[in-house]
Write a protein that binds this ligand. Structure first.
Ligand SMILES: [Zn+2]
Length: 435
């Protein structure tokens, strides 16, 4: 018999219509079959959602699951479990693995493994250049056929303007959008943290804002010129927002942030040491204010994670030897609630829109990001009130490299439903059947 789940008495979040309504949702198999008030179905498994927000599952455009090649940091399975715990029903893995996702066979093998995992829908971005080295274009037709949904050389920026210019034109034939990490490596070279007072005090080489600003400016113009769909990921600077705001509406561009860039500054390097080493680096108060203004006015329309798990040994040594990155997939949503909802930057509807509807539209996922009859039964249920402490020892992710340990946060996902199956209930992974 087809599995049926009835979610009762929730506050339904309809991000496409910018509405909150009280009601129930009935799921049958992998599809939402009814949305409305007073639905009854005695045969269905029932979830009482009173006091909870029920909406389309969150879609995350930026995670690193480290497969293939760095399974000691994360695997598709541990990453997928972390996604379910974080309320993400779809995630996009970046291609800077070892080897990188620059060949259709690597992509096909990973997709087979991903499909066997029930916890989240795992999608893959293919590399823009072979080996993510920025020298030679990949074969986008073959990558698309193998199943990639976007292109990126994340971890680095495409240094060659010429290569990117041709890549943007070539990829249009295959309707593949680009996700760009903006960093002029000539300017950021050997930098470990934001270039400013704290770096000066500690004697560390800095990464100046202009490393991001100048590269983003170039690529906005390339997007404008070629008409290619370009998304800028993990913005960190005031001027990035200003440039993007100037060209939005003219060029087919969009942008996301990562939560740590809204909550921490370069000064936190003094408190957290290697745990606060991340790329782009934690900036200053005025950058946070500018990013929030960009989120409020829609210049930044997507919220992502840049979930970058590492093994303990990658973060245990000195700051200079430590790897860049923060593991945050399981706490991304409550971190955004702290940074944006509690601070009055956006309301719950707008937050949900930037976490589900907008990224689903960017990836062309017509049946995701919307809570309506006939759409995919990917849903997230959030408790907007109860406060819980971040406990990295409870992470499903292998990556415990997280400076937010011990923070008390609200807005935690409490149920995650993927393809009509409850994969997370009351903040714990459901390994067998949910009952
Ligand atoms: Zn990146």
């Amino acid at each position: 018999m087809t599995r049926r789940i009835l979610i009762r008495r929730g506050t339904l979040v309809l991000p496409d219509r910018r509405m909150l309504v009280d009601g129930d949702v009935l799921i049958e198999g992998r599809v939402i079959v009814r949305v409305g008030k007073g639905i009854s179905d005695p045969q269905a498994q029932s979830i009482d959602a009173s006091g909870l927000l029920v909406g389309p599952g969150f879609v995350n455009l930026h995670v690193h699951f480290r497969e293939p090649g760095q399974e000691r940091k994360e695997t598709l399975e541990t990453g997928a479990r972390a996604a379910a715990r974080g309320g993400f029903t779809t995630v996009l893995c970046m291609p800077n693995t070892s080897p990188p996702l620059d060949h259709p066979l690597v992509v096909q093998a990973l997709r087979l493994r991903a499909r066997a995992l029930p916890f989240t829908n795992i999608l893959f971005a293919g590399a823009i250049s072979r080996g993510c080295q920025g020298k030679e274009m990949c074969d986008y037709g073959l990558l698309k056929e193998a199943g990639v949904v976007a292109l990126s050389d994340d971890g680095a920026s495409v240094e060659s303007s010429r290569l990117l210019y041709f890549a943007l034109q070539y990829a249009r034939y295959f309707h593949l959008p680009f996700i760009l990490h903006e960093e002029d490596s000539e300017l950021s070279r050997e930098g470990h943290m934001h270039e400013g007072e704290v770096a000066f005090l500690l004697g560390y080489k800095g990464i100046p804002r202009v490393a991001e600003d100048s590269r983003l400016a170039r690529d906005v113009l390339l997007a404008l010129d070629t008409g290619a769909r370009v998304h800028f990921t993990h913005l960190s600077t005031e001027r990035s927002v200003t440039i993007l705001r100037l060209f939005r509406g003219q060029a087919p561009v969009s942008a996301d942030v990562a939560p740590h860039h809204l909550l921490l500054t370069a000064e936190d390097v003094l408190r957290f040491g290697p745990l606060a080493k991340v790329k782009p680096p934690l900036r200053e108060k005025r950058d946070i204010e500018a990013l929030k203004a960009g989120i409020a006015d829609g210049t930044i329309d997507i919220l992502a994670s840049d979930h970058a798990p590492h093994a303990p040994e990658d973060k245990e040594g000195s700051f200079l030897d430590a790897a860049f990155g923060i593991s945050n997939l399981e706490i991304t949503v409550p971190l955004y609630v702290r940074a944006l909802v509690e601070d009055g930057v956006v309301d719950w509807i707008e937050l949900w829109r930037k976490l589900s509807y907008n990224p689903a539209r960017f990836l062309g996922l017509e049946n995701k990001g919307v809570l309506a009859e006939g759409k995919d039964a990917d849903l997230t249920i959030v408790d907007p009130q109860t406060e819980w402490e971040v406990d990295v020892t409870q992470f499903e992710s292998k990556g415990r490299n997280c400076p937010f340990q011990g923070w008390s946060l609200r807005g935690w996902p409490v149920y995650t439903i993927v393809g009509g199956r409850v994969v997370m209930a009351e903040r714990s992974i459901v390994d067998g059947e949910f009952c």
